[in-house]
Ligand binder design. Structure first.
Ligand code: NDP
Length: 396
């Protein structure tokens, strides 16, 4: 008998961001499969209102109170506008929502991801910081509640696909691919003088500023190692990174017989977004097809820990355990913001993160709130170091 999939009622958290906008694009291509019932954003009232008019959600949450007021005043009748972080979490847990796309950036996304899981909603997870800060706790809660967490990060989506139909006990290692970012070929001597504008010029992906800078330092790949560790339950010693500048092989799984299963595709986030939103089925997405003959050559190299030490800090944070990954994540958020504001050098991002990580005394992680306060501690410690570094005389 023909089975008709029910309409999935979506809440898109971070709808005004790079992933959020693309998730809305995917949803709007399949009106018989998705209904957008909720949108949540930080402060961009103008774009939220545009999205409300176009997608007609019944619920909107805006974290910034002034932004929430602006949306409330201009939203069509019948749209309920929630406010603040509590409003975003309430939206994630709302009874009318079947599926949550968690695409807020940074640690700010953790509480709403946790709220969705507690409410038993399947989550399409882009907000990697949720797992970096509190992966151990969230995955345990998801297992207890029987909630599916479907990765949106292209690497983890690739691994999810490469694991499907296989025996997890037969996995030897996960291989995360990295584009190498916009500074892959820049010599060490030039890195301290790299400007935000240059570091934001990603060759393959168009993403939000924070993740683009993380991609340039390779911290992003480190955060993805932490994400993979919790998402797939694989120890860090069995998670490797390979730089693959073409971003065609999105990641791989090696099995105990030496066979490697890879997932390939064009560099378009709507691929992994639609995989998560449509799971367990696939959506007939009309992205430009992958033309391997035209690509001609795919290359692979090792990441360089001398020029880009940030990824090694993630392994170190996992080794230290407990609250350490949350501290690293908070420190990175603060250091990246300082770099973007011209308050620290590119190379100081990793230096500051390393110092904050090594001076922290980790505690076993027990709750989301504890993870958030550890991240906040990391952020404050990094800010203190940024301020101190700014006072030192600098070479021209
Ligand atoms: P963007 O910076 O483009 O967007 C961030 C979104 O989060 C915006 O909608 C912003 O709202 C919202 N937001 C920020 N703070 C808050 C808050 N306190 N409460 C509610 N909403 C908030 O980020 P990206 O889309 O690039 O990334 C989102 C997440 O997905 C990140 O964790 C990133 O690592 C991950 N990711 C992104 C990829 C990409 O291709 N972009 C790829 C893989 C993973 P507003 O603008 O209205 O303030």
């Amino acid at each position: 008998m023909l089975q008709i999939d029910p309409v999935r009622r979506l809440a898109i958290l971070g709808s005004t961001g790079s992933v959020g906008v693309q998730a809305l694009d995917v949803a709007s291509r399949f009106p018989d499969r998705f209904e957008v019932v909720g949108l949540a954003a930080g402060r961009n009232a103008r774009l939220v209102l545009e999205q409300v008019r176009r997608h007609r959600p019944r619920l909107v949450a805006v974290a910034d109170p002034a932004g929430a007021r602006a949306v409330r005043e201009a939203a069509p009748q019948g749209v309920e506008v929630l406010e603040g972080e509590a409003g975003v979490s309430a939206l994630a847990a709302h009874p009318e929502v079947d599926f949550v796309v968690a695409a807020i950036s940074g640690g700010a996304g953790l509480r709403s991801t946790a709220a969705a899981i507690e409410a038993g909603k399947p989550v399409g997870l882009a907000n990697k910081e949720s797992l970096v800060l509190a992966g151990e706790v969230l995955m345990a809660r998801a297992a207890a509640r029987g909630v599916a967490i479907l990765p949106v990060d292209s690497e983890h989506s690739a691994i999810h696909q490469a694991l499907a139909g296989h025996n997890r006990a037969e996995v030897r290692r996960l291989i995360l691919t990295a584009s190498g970012g916009p500074l892959r070929e820049v010599p060490a001597a030039e890195l301290p003088a790299v400007t935000p504008e240059r570091a934001l010029r990603h060759p393959n992906w168009s993403m939000g500023d924070k993740i683009t800078i993380d991609s340039a330092t390779l911290m992003n790949k480190g955060l993805e190692v932490i994400e993979a560790r919790w998402l797939f339950g694989v120890e860090p010693s069995r998670i490797d990174i390979v730089v693959h500048p073409e971003s065609i092989v999105h990641s791989m799984v090696e099995y105990i017989d030496g066979s490697v299963v890879a997932q390939l595709g064009v560099s378009d986030m709507r691929g992994p977004i639609s995989y998560a939103m449509g799971h367990p089925g696939r959506l007939p997405l009309d992205l430009s097809p992958l033309d391997l003959v035209r690509r001609g050559r795919l290359t692979f190299e090792s990441p360089d820990p001398e020029r880009f030490p940030a990824f090694t800090l993630a392994y170190r944070a996992l080794e230290l355990g407990g609250t350490s990954p949350a501290v690293l994540s908070g420190a990175d958020e603060a250091a990246v913001a300082a770099f973007l504001a011209g308050r620290c050098r590119f190379t100081e991002i990793a230096e500051i993160c390393a110092e904050v990580l090594e001076t922290h005394s980790p505690e076993p992680l027990r709750s989301v709130e504890q993870a958030l306060s550890a991240s906040e501690h990391g952020r404050r410690e990094a800010e203190r170091r940024v301020a101190r570094a700014a006072q030192r005389p600098r070479p021209a």
